[in-house]
Ligand binder design. Structure first.
Ligand code: SF4
Length: 291
């Protein structure tokens, strides 16, 4: 199906400008790319050009890899995104937000309307068993997560938490710690098949995912935060993604040979967008409450 520019104006685009990451989550959707990613340099001019062209969308989300590993670049491209009229959000594992000087953190975070913290467990053992840890070995602590939450809120951002539910954490009662952190929204995602051998150790059935939901009382209304619950199928089909080379991609990205970068002269953005198999209906459903 071909979409129009009018329809793009309602959507959020996820800018995965690099896959470099300091964690090694074994269930990471981009585990293969993260494992081989190197830190690239001197890409700022290209990334600025890409966000300027993406102003046909409603909002931009900076994702990775871990976007904050490009601290200075992130500061510049998020600022430019706001200048060209985009709503901005960030998905981060939080590690640098807890380590950097507070004044520096607040200066960067103030460029974002929303910040989503990826946090799956309050238990160091769960995080380290799943690789949600620096170098795959050293988990953030509860105090680190509390500091991250405090700084995101202090910067005036809408604070969200994203949690992937997998074999290591589906039995955890996480809700009390989430309440302590105080997000506006908690998004739960059933771990998605990342097509690599280790995935089998993290996969859970829908019944186990539902067990987590019930065990954390998320099947009942609560007045502290809203929730969004995505099973494996939803996660797979409904994100608009573009990489650091300016190429739109979907879940079939490895098989695409005809993509043209937005960095090319006179490229037709809409034509490039429509080469992907995005499912606009489910995206609109997803973003209806979020943007
Ligand atoms: S922190 Fe995010 S990008 Fe990095 S390995 Fe984990 S899931 Fe992947």
């Amino acid at each position: 199906m071909n979409y129009t520019l009018e329809e793009l104006k309602k959507l959020k685009v996820n800018f995965h400008f690099n896959m470099f990451c300091n964690m090694r989550c074994n269930f990471c959707f981009y585990a293969v790319e993260v494992a081989k990613a190197k830190k690239v340099v001197n890409k700022l001019d290209d990334w600025i050009k890409i966000v300027e062209k993406l102003n046909v969308f409603k909002a931009i989300n900076f994702a990775g890899g871990e976007p904050t590993l490009y601290w200075d670049e992130l500061k510049s491209i998020s600022k430019r995104s706001k200048e060209v009229g985009l709503k901005t959000s960030l998905i981060t594992n939080g590690s640098l937000i807890s380590k950097k000087e507070e004044s520096d953190v607040l200066e960067v975070l103030r460029n974002f309307d929303t910040v989503g913290l990826s946090m799956d467990s309050s238990l160091i053992s769960n995080n380290e068993n799943s690789g949600r840890a620096i170098g795959g070995k050293s988990s953030l602590t509860k105090n680190d997560y509390k500091l991250i939450a405090e700084r995101i809120k202090k910067a005036g951002c809408i604070f969200k938490i994203n949690s992937v539910i997998h074999s290591q954490n589906y039995q955890e009662k996480l809700i009390d710690f989430i309440k302590e952190l105080g997000p506006k929204r908690w998004k739960l995602m059933q771990v998605t098949d990342v097509k690599q051998p280790e995935f089998i150790n993290y996969k859970i059935t829908k019944a186990k995912f539902e067990y987590f939901i019930k065990n954390n009382s998320l099947d009942k209304p609560n007045n502290q935060f809203s929730t969004s619950i995505e099973d494996e199928e939803t996660v797979f089909t409904s994100y608009v993604m573009i990489d650091g080379e300016g190429i739109f991609y979907d879940s079939n990205w490895a098989t695409r040979k005809d993509a043209i970068s937005l960095l090319e002269e006179n490229v037709d953005l809409l034509k490039e967008f429509n080469k992907c198999g995005f499912n606009l209906k489910s995206q609109l459903e997803r973003y209806r409450k979020e943007i």
